[in-house]
Design a protein. Structure first.
Lengths: 346, 350
């Protein structure tokens, strides 16, 4: 009894504390109320709707839509000036420069060789990362979907890195992959010589793929898991009655029914992989050389970090990347729509 | 004993172990180490002194060689356990090392120098947590500033996000007006315009507004999140309109309806958005990196990346500050993980 009364009194204290903290906020809201009643009286409900929508639309307009549209104008101008009014119109020169290649398969023959190196790196990165990411997330989701002891604990285990900041992720792995790092220590136990992983072109590239999978697979695992849990249980019960093998249950029941969900996840992973930047920038900085330079870093460096900035060229490259993303997003919308339709028909 | 093992490994319904069970548990255990291990390793390393960090092979816990002050020598000397030529053991301090021979001295008898082969000596180690890794960056570097900047950006951006997005969501869910579908589509379309696509012109706009090298330049572009509007609108649609009508009967203004009825009822969705927003803004990197070029304005993420990119990385400080940067996110993970995972599973948004 004493325990309960103590709890309620604690709760009451907490409540009154919360109420005291809210006093200035309530006062402010009361003060806003009077002019807003006037707005409501003058412009009606439509006016109020506009009022509620206004701040959001203003911010969207200034910081998303406006940049989106003037990006096209930027990509048509040259020089190093920051503001559009100071820049000279050059037509499609920036695009021409980006596409000026003797042989598209060999970045070294291009005028902007770093751009094409970044494109080809990103291409390989996307292919490898998306395949492995889907593989790992799918297996993890299948395992988490089984009857497990402490399932929510295990789900949390795989989700943990998702919350870490890209900078922290980059630093954690930079620390592990360095010369005196944990990986070399582990391999040392098996008699291998210490290796400076991030100074090796291929290993550095593999590290960017591995680290980005480590950081994000928990997120996709959750989405796939949600898809798995939506598959009716009676199908599995029927399969068990018939004594169907596990492999066959997977290929005949799980995979087909999961496919729509999986396709959406694939496109989501693709969209994110194309834009890879943060953790790689901290982990390798694009190096050694340009072996882990990706498109977003190219845009960032061309537009902001390089000695000779070229905002026009960066804008043109960002529009090309935007095009790829729009195509991918449209594919995703198409896929989720067809998934919804299938669901409705059933 | 065998009974105990049998008990531990028995399965529901008395079935035996299937190969999928073995795969499951191997995967989970390996996953446990791979997912948590790196962060745990980083935290353990952050308590090591620079000398201990340079050691290979590394130890898990922070050990340092014990030092002793010997009469006649300015600096404290390293202590070693030495096997002498007659086979007896002694604890000696090292003065200097020449090739494979170490000149040592007994702290009790500082006059007498003993020469020992380095193979015959092992350092006397003791555990020592290098807490100065944590305290020094706060006094020598601007880390207090960075921490404050990060907290300011995170808290302000989250508060504005909640107010602005809930207002928009209220308008889009509870009012009929021309252009409603258009506004909704416009907001969803911005999902397709990530930062990496518009960063060049966005930078010029932020500069034109005088927000370059200003924390508000980091905050404002991020606060109108399409995800936020979407989550809140879906939730508000479930609030019955009759409630609003009843309040209007009682002469409540629209603002009061929003403030007194809608917001309290949307609390669970607001909480989810608040958690998301805190994690997003705390972790933001590319945009602050572009907008903030003055050292005193760096957020933790930018400061960390700049310091870790220097030629001589002071890893002992970087590691400790990485741990500090990780703390809020780990707290969110420990206490609110359930909210987030169900939020993601429900909306598919991050």
């Amino acid at each position: 009894m004493a325990e309960i009364s103590r709890q309620t009194s604690q709760r009451r204290i907490g409540q009154s504390l919360g109420e005291t903290a809210m006093v200035p906020v309530s006062l402010a809201m009361g003060l806003i109320d009077a002019p807003l009643r006037w707005v409501q009286k003058t412009f009606g409900l439509g006016g109020m709707a506009a009022f509620f929508l206004l701040p959001n639309m203003l911010i969207f307009g200034i910081f998303v839509l406006l940049p989106f549209f003037i990006n096209f104008a930027y990509s048509m101008t040259g020089g190093t000036a920051l503001f559009l009014s100071d820049r000279t119109f050059v037509g499609v020169d920036q695009y021409a420069r980006l596409f000026d290649c003797a042989n598209y398969l060999n970045p070294n023959t291009c005028a902007e060789d770093t751009f094409w190196t970044a494109v080809s790196n990103t291409g390989w990165f996307v292919i490898l990362q998306v395949t492995l990411m889907i593989g790992f997330s799918l297996v993890t989701a299948l395992i988490l979907n089984r009857e497990l002891m402490a399932r929510s604990f295990w789900r949390a285990v795989f989700f943990f890195p998702v919350l870490l900041s890209p900078v922290v992720v980059g630093l954690i792995w930079k620390w592990i992959l360095q010369r005196q790092g944990l990986l070399n220590f582990g391999l040392f136990g098996f008699g291998f010589e210490p290796h400076v992983w991030l100074n090796d072109r291929n290993w550095a590239f593999a590290a960017t793929v591995g680290v980005s999978i480590w950081a994000h697979m928990g997120f996709y695992t959750l989405i796939i898991l949600a898809g798995l849990q939506a598959i009716p249980k009676d199908l599995y019960e029927a399969a068990e009655m018939d004594g169907t093998r596990a492999m066959r249950v997977f290929t005949r029941i799980t995979l087909p029914l999961l496919m729509p969900n999986l396709l959406v996840v694939i496109v989501l992973v693709l969209i994110r992989a194309v834009q890879i930047f943060d953790e790689v920038y901290v982990l390798t900085g694009g190096g050694p050389g340009t072996s882990t330079l990706f498109v977003t870093q190219y845009i960032y460096e061309t537009g902001f970090a390089a000695q000779l900035r070229n905002p026009g060229l960066a804008a043109a490259a960002s529009i090309l990347m935007g095009l790829v993303l729009v195509v991918l997003t449209l594919v995703q919308l198409g896929l989720s729509r067809s998934r919804d339709k299938k669901g409705a028909r059933k | 004993m065998s009974r105990a093992i049998e008990f531990l490994f028995r399965r529901k319904g008395g079935k035996g172990w299937h190969w999928t069970d073995i795969v499951t548990w191997v995967w989970l255990i390996v996953g446990l180490f791979v997912m948590f291990g790196p962060a745990v390793w980083l935290t353990a390393s952050s308590f090591k002194s620079p000398a201990a960090l340079a050691e290979f092979p590394p130890t898990i816990l922070p050990y340092v060689t014990q030092k002793v002050t010997v009469e006649g020598y300015d600096k404290p000397l390293d202590l070693y356990e030495v096997t002498l030529e007659d086979g007896s053991k002694a604890t000696l301090a090292e003065i200097r090392r020449i090739g494979t021979v170490s000149q040592m001295v007994d702290p009790e008898k500082p006059a007498e120098i003993v020469k020992v082969n380095i193979a015959k000596r092992t350092p006397v180690r003791q555990m020592s947590f290098a807490t100065e890794n944590y305290t020094e960056p706060f006094t020598h570097f601007d880390f207090v500033r960075y921490l404050w900047n990060s907290v300011f950006v995170t808290v302000t951006a989250t508060l504005i996000t909640l107010v602005v997005n809930s207002m928009a969501a209220f308008a889009l869910s509870k009012y009929e007006f021309r252009g409603r579908t258009f506004a909704m589509l416009l907001i969803l379309a911005t999902l397709m315009v990530p930062l990496s696509v518009i960063m060049v012109p966005l930078y010029s706009i932020v500069s034109a507004l005088g927000l370059f090298n200003n924390l508000w330049g980091v905050i404002l572009p991020t606060v109108a999140t399409p995800t936020g509007v979407f989550i809140l609108r879906q939730y508000m649609l479930t609030i019955p309109d009759e409630l609003l009508d009843a309040a209007r009967m009682d002469k409540a203004s629209e603002w009061q309806i929003y403030w007194r009825i809608i917001l309290p009822l949307t609390a669970p969705a607001l909480a989810v958005l608040a958690i998301f927003s805190v994690v997003w803004r705390w972790n933001d990197f590319l945009w602050p990196l572009i907008v903030l070029s003055r050292k005193e304005l760096y957020t933790l993420q930018v400061g960390l990346s700049i310091y870790s990119g220097e030629l001589n990385v002071q890893w002992h400080f970087i590691l400790a500050m990485t741990v500090v940067t990780m703390i809020p996110v780990v707290l969110v993970f420990l206490f609110l993980q359930r909210f987030i995972t169900t939020g993601i599973a429900g909306t598919g948004l991050k």
